[in-house]
Design a protein around this ligand. Structure first.
Ligand code: JHZ
Length: 413
């Protein structure tokens, strides 16, 4: 574990605003229980110079990502999100004759498969998880190449122009896409140098990250865990991308994952659009560059924790059965901060086969498949993946249970 001594973007000193104690790694699901799970601190620090929020420690990424139980394809909402992006890029950036797409942190190929369905043919992924990309250039669908490694400048250089896989890749990328991965990266400059090396002169780099402004406004403290090293506003990203000669020219605000921003950058090939300035103004006008705002947020975290715990104790005392839905990383971090274990939640259903039959780290709750909803007939379902609330509710409506939605404030419907 490495301790941060300065801001990862601008090297300034940092101030702490949130301390959530020492907790286990959320995606380190338990197969065979043995006491003494390793715990690491969760402290969030603020940079007064570039406004990046960041964790005080960096856990070795090989520990976090060599085996990864999270499969993005489990959510049809996310599949559609990727397909819509493919159609949008096709329509708005149609200057490429044979567009090529690189997906960084391609996971189980969710985005690449959707791009293929939308008509893209030259597709390449990077992902370090062995269980998701089982051979160096292997993939469940062998028309898509995946490099089984972390993306970096060195890896980018070793791959570009050296075609891997059956049909080969080679050449620069028309589109490089990085969804929900930038927050996981410690050496951001190295990552962006790799992107710069790989990107076509007219190419577009598209990044999606959960937006810190939504985290703060929506009390999404459960999304703070060891995988997420940085919590982004647009301002620090503008600085970081400018320093790496990849100026941002567009920002979009999206509902996915509790509210994300999608930014578009290039090697100065496109004019900056008004969305960039408008978002920076929004951040300034709403106090997101002021440390005091973050201290106020930190005070609210305890209220959500206490309310959720009280609600679950009340339901247990009145003999109501509560099951969880979605053994998400954020759900597991929520249970740990709130100190919730069995019997307050009897088990958690998750549709990801890689998670079933295991237990949540810290809270030791069994993760089971969907059939357990029918067998156990819960009175209440705690939506631990509240960001996919509509999808989870649609799948369980027939059970007739009530729902507990923990974030932004505990509500029961
Ligand atoms: P979900 C992940 O966090 C991991 P998590 C990562 N660190 C990241 O950055 C964020 O995403 C953005 C299950 N589920 O997406 C699947 C069903 O069982 O909120 C998942 O285990 N049935 C990369 O883990 C979980 O819920 C369903 O129908 O917090 C959702 O996890 C659906 C929709 C989901 O991300």
């Amino acid at each position: 574990m490495k301790r941060l001594i300065e801001c990862r973007i601008c090297k300034s000193s940092l101030r702490k605003y949130l301390d959530l104690g020492s907790v286990p790694l959320c995606n380190n699901l338990i197969v065979n229980y043995s006491p003494g799970t390793e715990r690491y601190p969760i402290e969030v620090l603020f940079c007064d110079e570039c406004y990046l929020s960041q964790l005080s420690v960096v856990v070795d990424p090989k520990i976090l990502y060599s085996e990864y139980p999270y499969h993005s394809s489990v959510s049809t909402t996310f599949q559609k999100h990727c397909f819509d992006l493919a159609l949008k890029l096709k329509k708005e950036f149609n200057q490429f004759k044979y567009p090529s797409v690189v997906d960084i942190a391609s996971n189980d190929g969710c985005l690449l498969k959707e791009f293929k369905a939308a008509g893209f043919e030259r597709l390449l992924g990077f992902d370090p998880a062995k269980n998701l990309a089982s051979s160096p250039y292997g993939f469940p669908d062998d028309s898509i190449c995946v490099v089984n490694n972390f993306f970096s400048e060195d890896i980018a250089k070793s791959v570009k122009g050296d075609p891997p896989g059956k049909d080969g890749y080679g050449g620069s990328a028309s589109f490089i896409i990085a969804q929900n991965v930038l927050a996981h990266v410690d050496d951001l400059n190295d990552f962006l140098k790799g992107v710069n090396w790989f990107l076509d002169d007219k190419g577009v780099f598209i990044v999606e990250v959960p937006y810190l402004a939504n985290l703060i406004k929506g009390n999404q403290f459960d999304t703070i865990y060891h995988e997420h090293l940085s919590y982004f506003l647009l301002a620090p990203l503008v600085q970081l991308f400018h320093n790496n000669k990849l100026p941002i020219f567009r920002v979009e605000h999206l509902p996915i994952h509790g509210g994300s921003i999608r930014i578009y950058a290039s090697k100065n090939a496109y004019d900056e659009e008004s969305s960039v300035e408008a978002t920076l103004e929004y951040e300034y006008n709403n106090g997101f560059y002021e440390f005091s705002n973050y201290l106020s947020f930190a005070k609210k975290v305890d209220t959500v924790r206490d309310n959720l715990k009280n609600e679950l104790v009340k339901l247990y005392d009145s003999q109501k059965k509560v099951m969880g839905y979605g053994a998400s990383a954020k759900g597991i971090s929520l249970l740990n901060y709130c100190g919730i274990k069995t019997p307050y939640i009897s088990s958690i259903v998750d549709d990801t086969p890689d998670k079933q039959g295991k237990m949540t780290p810290g809270s030791h709750i069994d993760i089971v498949d969907f059939s357990h909803f029918e067998k156990e007939e819960p009175d209440y379902i705690l939506l631990l993946a509240w960001n996919f609330k509509d999808e989870l509710m649609a799948k369980t409506q027939h059970l007739g249970a009530n729902y507990i939605i923990p974030i932004p404030t505990v509500s029961i419907i």
